[in-house]
Design a protein around this ligand. Structure first.
Ligand SMILES: Nc1nc2c(ncn2[C@@H]2O[C@H](COP(=O)(O)OP(=O)(O)OP(=O)(O)O)[C@@H](O)[C@H]2O)c(=O)[nH]1
Ligand SMILES: [Zn+2]
Length: 332
C-alpha cells in the first residue's frame, strides 16, 4: 500500500468526529461512515448507491492512488443525501472478492480492473445478425475463468437462428447457457441472474441493451440519470454501470453493463490461471515439465500423455487448448 500519506495526514484530512477505539495505522475509524456500492466511475467521480439513493462522491485523500471501480463495496462519509451538488467522500474500500481485468490493448493503453466483486460473467452473443464470433466468446470465457467468475452464455435473437451449432462448441467446457428472443420469456435468464452480481459483455448490436431494458424496466431513466453525470451519452466513458435487479425479483442482485468495451486484452492471463478453472485437466498436468503451458505444441505435456492413455476427453482437452490459444493475438 502507498505510504504517501502518513498518519499525520490521515488525521489532517479525515479526522473522525468521535473516536471510540484506537486507530490502527492504516485504517482510521469513521464512526459516521455508511455502506455503499460503487455503480459507476467517471474521471474520478464515483456514483455510489447508498440505501437506494445515488450519491456522488470522490475518493478521500488517505486512499491515495488506490483505484476504486464499479462494484467496489465502500464506506462513505459526508453528505450522502444524494441531493444535487452534494459530494460525499469514499474513505474505505472493502477487499475485492473477484476482479475482472483487461490488459492494455490498442483501444486502451492501461491495464485496468473493469468490475469488482461480480460473481458471473454473461457473454451475450447473437445467434445471427451479427453472426456469432466464437473467438470473442472464447476470449470472454478466458476472462471469466481467470477472474474466478462463473460464465454464462446468453444467446440472443433466437427468432433468427438455432443455437445448436454454436452450443456444440461449448458443450465439453460445460458452460451453462440460455437462449433469448426479443419479447420472449425471460424466466430462465432471470433465474440465472437473481441474487448475484453479473457482468454483461457483448459486442455491439447483439441485443444487450434490448435485454437489459427488458430485464430492468426503468433502466432508461436510470441510465439517463447517470448519463448526465458521466457523459456516457457522449461515448467518453467506458466505465461499467451497475444496475440493481428489480425489487420484485426478491433476491437482490445486480447486472453490470459494460458499454464501449469492444475488446479484451488478455495478456495478463497465465496458463496456470486458466487450467486452475479445469480441475479435472489440472490433475493430469502434475507431471508436466516446469513451465509447460499445456498447449498443443508442448512436447511432454501431461494432457497428451492422458489422451494417449485414453484417460482424458479429447473434446475437453481440445476446448481447453482452444481457450489457451485465444488468449494470444489481437482481441478482435
Ligand atoms: N430479430 C431480433 N432482433 C433483435 C433482438 N434483440 C434485439 N434486436 C435488434 O438488434 C439490434 C441491436 O440491439 P441493441 O439492443 O441495441 O444491441 P446492443 O447489443 O445493445 O448494441 P449497442 O447498442 O450497439 O451496444 C436492434 O435493431 C434491435 O432491435 C431479437 O431478439 N431478435
Ligand atoms: Zn502441460
Amino acid at each position: 500500500m502507498s505510504r504517501r500519506y502518513d498518519e499525520h495526514d490521515h488525521e489532517h484530512y479525515e479526522r473522525p468526529r468521535r473516536r471510540t477505539r484506537p486507530r490502527t495505522k492504516d485504517r482510521p475509524t469513521y464512526d459516521d461512515a455508511v455502506d455503499g456500492v460503487v455503480v459507476t466511475v467517471d474521471r474520478g467521480r464515483l456514483t455510489v448507491r447508498v440505501d437506494g439513493r445515488l450519491v456522488m462522491a470522490v475518493k478521500a485523500r488517505p486512499l491515495g492512488r488506490k483505484g476504486v471501480v464499479t462494484g467496489d463495496r465502500v464506506r462513505v462519509v459526508g453528505d450522502v443525501s444524494g441531493d444535487e451538488d452534494t459530494l460525499a467522500r469514499v474513505v474505505e474500500v472493502a477487499e475485492r472478492r473477484t476482479v475482472l481485468r483487461r490488459t492494455a490493448d490498442d483501444d486502451d493503453p492501461v491495464e485496468r480492473v473493469i468490475v469488482a466483486n461480480a460473481e458471473q460473467l454473461v457473454v451475450v452473443a447473437a445467434l445471427a445478425d451479427p453472426e456469432p464470433r466464437p473467438r470473442l466468446i472464447d476470449r470472454a470465457l478466458v476472462a471469466a475463468y481467470d477472474a474466478g467468475m462463473a460464465p454464462l452464455l446468453c444467446l440472443t435473437k433466437a427468432d433468427l437462428a438455432s443455437p445448436d451449432t454454436l452450443l456444440s462448441t461449448y458443450r465439453s467446457l460445460g458452460v451453462p447457457w440460455v437462449v433469448t428472443a426479443r419479447g420472449g420469456d425471460l424466466g430462465e435468464v432471470r433465474a440465472r441472474l437473481a441474487g448475484r452480481s453479473s457482468v454483461l459483455l457483448g459486442h455491439s448490436g447483439v441485443g444487450k441493451s434490448t435485454l437489459v431494458n427488458a430485464l430492468v424496466p426503468g433502466t432508461d431513466r436510470q441510465i439517463g440519470h447517470v448519463n448526465a453525470v458521466t457523459g456516457r451519452g457522449r461515448h467518453t466513458s467506458t466505465s461499467a454501470l451497475m444496475l440493481p435487479l428489480p425489487d420484485e425479483w426478491g433476491d437482490g442482485g445486480w447486472i453490470v453493463d459494460t458499454p464501449g468495451i469492444r475488446s479484451f486484452g488478455l495478456a495478463h492471463v497465465r496458463p496456470e490461471d486458466l487450467i486452475g478453472a479445469f480441475p479435472d485437466l489440472e490433475e493430469l498436468t502434475e507431471e508436466c515439465p516446469r513451465g509447460c503451458t499445456h498447449g498443443a505444441d508442448e512436447p511432454e505435456c501431461g494432457l497428451d500423455t492422458a489422451l494417449a492413455a485414453g484417460e482424458a476427453d479429447p473434446d475437453r482437452v481440445e476446448s481447453f487448448r482452444r481457450l489457451l490459444a485465444a488468449r494470444e493475438g489481437a482481441a478482435d
